[in-house]
Ligand binder design. Structure first.
Ligand code: GLU
Length: 418
């Protein structure tokens, strides 16, 4: 077997190529959409607590802004590369298009291990990153947000640094902020909530009863932990397995969100709770469950493990968890995949609501946010499902067809590419 290509940007380009062929996209349009419009690389010196200075590498990619300001999170991750950021920025472009919100796609990243940084070092890194990108971002052209290992506190430091540089209040320059600084109700849970709505819609089309059906969640960060909570609260799913970077835990009777959090606070990891069984992350993915939710990082379902996946629905709350080889195998085995940039669009949809609230200076309550989120997610799901039926393609290809068509139309209307 040839070794699988796991470069996320080459995977993103491969996925686009497939859509371009279906859409018979003109060669110049295809070439334009295959690469980022603009990208920035910078080095960020940070004074460490011991008095030394470390130089971190950071990136911001504005992949495409034909439909509106570039939009997408900033990741702090030790394995970050420019190609990961490019792929994530491309997926943001398709995500905002499939959700039909007036935004483009972008992404940022810093190569660092936040676990090895103190809070004061993290703050100096966040402010240093903002000093590098402040001149290139803004509410009308590029709006960052949280992603893997960044959070509302980091957004608050970045907002403060930006406003200090500009000398003005401009809360809409960044989303995922804490509520007192202009954040939106419902934003923290939004990515998971959007995924829960997508699973509900998928189950309807499949005629599947979710009440008491089983579920496994890979990853227990912001997205995974809310997915565990909402899967049982909203859908009545029984979450039998959960993992984090240290390992995984299984209970056939179901894991309770509050118990997990109590244990996590004490033990620093999800595994090892009384009355549960320790399993590996690899075991979790191949469990006999109805719904599998990858909510960690890219390249988790690959050509090596895809044929062992037993779930009926794979709901991709992570970005890029499934490789093209795995896609082929899962599709052949009749697994219903809710593709990442559809399934996890809830986060950026509520980020968009946050921008709207910031510009109106008028704030909605959580019920209103969730009602609007439900409407947007249900419409996006229905549009992709309809495309998959009409074209006889799987949900990922269908999502690309909907999104790429929308972006290409905007590019053409602007007269960038004929
Ligand atoms: N980082 C999230 C994502 O990948 C949210 C992006 C945003 O809200 O701009 O979708």
């Amino acid at each position: 077997m040839t070794k699988e290509n796991l470069n996320p940007f080459e995977i993103a380009q491969h996925q686009l190529d497939e859509a371009a062929e279906h859409l018979q996209l003109a060669p110049a349009m295809h070439a334009f959409l295959r690469d980022p419009m603009r990208e920035f690389h910078f080095s960020i010196p940070v004074r460490m607590d011991d008095g030394s200075t470390r130089i971190f590498k950071g990136f911001r990619v504005q992949y495409n802004d034909a439909r509106g300001p570039a939009k997408g999170g900033i990741r702090f991750h030790p394995d970050e590369t420019i190609d990961t950021v490019r792929a994530l920025a491309a997926w943001m472009t398709w995500k905002t298009a499939v959700a039909d919100i007036p935004l483009g796609g972008g992404k940022g990243g810093v190569i660092c291990n936040p676990r090895e940084l103190s809070q004061t070092e993290l703050e100096r890194l966040a402010r240093g990153y903002m000093r590098r990108i402040a001149r290139f971002i803004g509410g009308t052209h590029d709006v960052p947000a949280p992603d893997v290992y960044t959070n509302p506190q980091i957004m608050a430091w970045m907002l403060d640094e930006y406003e200090a540089i500009k000398g003005t209040h401009e809360p809409g320059v960044i989303t995922g902020k804490p509520l007192p600084l202009g954040g939106s109700a419902g934003r923290t849970a939004a990515t998971a909530m959007g995924g829960i709505i997508a699973i509900r819609e998928a189950a309807k089309t499949l005629g599947m009863d979710l009440q008491g059906a089983t579920c496994a969640v890979q990853g227990y960060g912001n997205v995974g932990s809310y997915a565990v909570k909402l899967a049982s609260e909203v859908l009545g799913l029984k979450v039998v397995a959960v993992s984090d970077e240290f390992g995984a835990t299984y209970s056939k009777d179901g894991l309770q969100y509050d118990d997990l959090n109590r244990h996590l606070r004490r033990a620093g990891q999800v595994a090892g709770m009384d009355g549960t069984e320790n399993i590996t992350n690899a075991d979790l993915l191949t469990l006999e469950v109805d719904v599998l939710i990858p909510a960690a990082i890219e390249n988790q379902l690959t050509g090596r493990n895809a044929s062992d996946i037993k779930a009926k629905i794979v709901a991709e709350l992570a970005n890029g968890p499934t490789t093209p080889d795995a896609d082929d195998i899962l599709n052949a085995n009749g697994v219903f995949i809710i593709p990442d940039f559809l399934c996890n669009a809830g986060g950026v949809i509520v980020s968009y609501f946050e921008m709207v609230q910031n510009s109106y200076q008028l704030y909605w309550d959580e019920e209103d946010v969730n009602r609007q989120l439900d409407r947007k997610m249900s419409q996006a799901f229905a549009g992709v499902y309809k495309m998959s039926q009409a074209q006889g393609v799987d949900m990922r290809v269908a999502a690309y067809l909907v999104a790429v068509q929308r972006v290409a139309e905007a590019v053409q209307l602007r007269g960038w590419v004929a």
